[in-house]
Design a protein around this ligand. Sequence first.
Ligand code: CP
Ligand code: NVA
Length: 305
Amino acid sequence: MKRDLLTLWDLSPEEIGALIGRAMQLRSGEDRNRCPLMGKSVGLLFEKASTRTRVSFEAGIYQLGAQAIYMNAMELQMGRGETIEDTARTLSRYLDSIIIRTSEHSRLERFALSADIPVINGLSNSHHPCQVLADLMTIREKKGRLKGIHLAFIGDGNNVANSLIEAACRMEINLVIACPEGYEPDPDVLERAREAARSEILMLADPREAAGRADVIYTDVWVSMGQEREAEERKRRFKPYQVNDALLSCAKKDAIVMHCLPAHRGEEITDEVIDGPRSVVFDQAENRLHSQKALLEFLVQDSRG
Ligand code: CP
Ligand code: NVA
């Protein structure tokens, strides 16, 4: 029976822990010559731009012994009206798994329902689980644990924030989200997580208060892909939420700074902070490679029995 990763609810906390452990092993260089996906083909179907997700998956797939096939959705017949369902059924006959980057999350769900192969969310408007798997690995590497960590997300309640909420509730991380009124994360995501959580999941308006107890300060762009028309209004509303030296001075002395990238320097984060000693953003970006390799091994290796 195939397994998908559309949101972090598709993995149990034990599975997330095991994937992080395996990703750390892969990062250390063990198993360098093992090719568990030899002879397989993994597709990447992208409807939005990408640097990290595309390249880390393509490189990782190659390192696992498989072939990566990148598809720009506009160059497929999908771009001329072939249905998602027919595309999913057809591609399932050629591929062993597929990573999809799209807009509405329901497009992924439709694809996954019709596909016989594992479908991996490479970002939708509402979730970014592969990013957050790498984030969890990074926090565990830098802080030695996940349980009991205090994470402050400062900025837009977007796809990355939603996946962080799900991760916090699964892995017992205390999460505070500071955002302007009207830009909160999805209420359904929050409600489901709070019902299951054994840690705190709080919303605050004041970024300084949110930073106060933080071991990790996390931010993301104020204008996500597809929101370009709202850019001016968003930049005005989010200005007090910039992660800068003043905000960092409110956090613990050993707090680290994370950003999923790409960064809009001078907007949500300053050069001083992103290039400063507390920033771990490029280790975080590297961990996309290791954690996704662990994920592919887990989902793809035996998915055809
Ligand atoms: N963080 C992330 O997903 O980056 P890309 O948009 O470059 O893939
Ligand atoms: N929130 C951002 C994340 C990019 C990796 C976006 O959706 O554009």
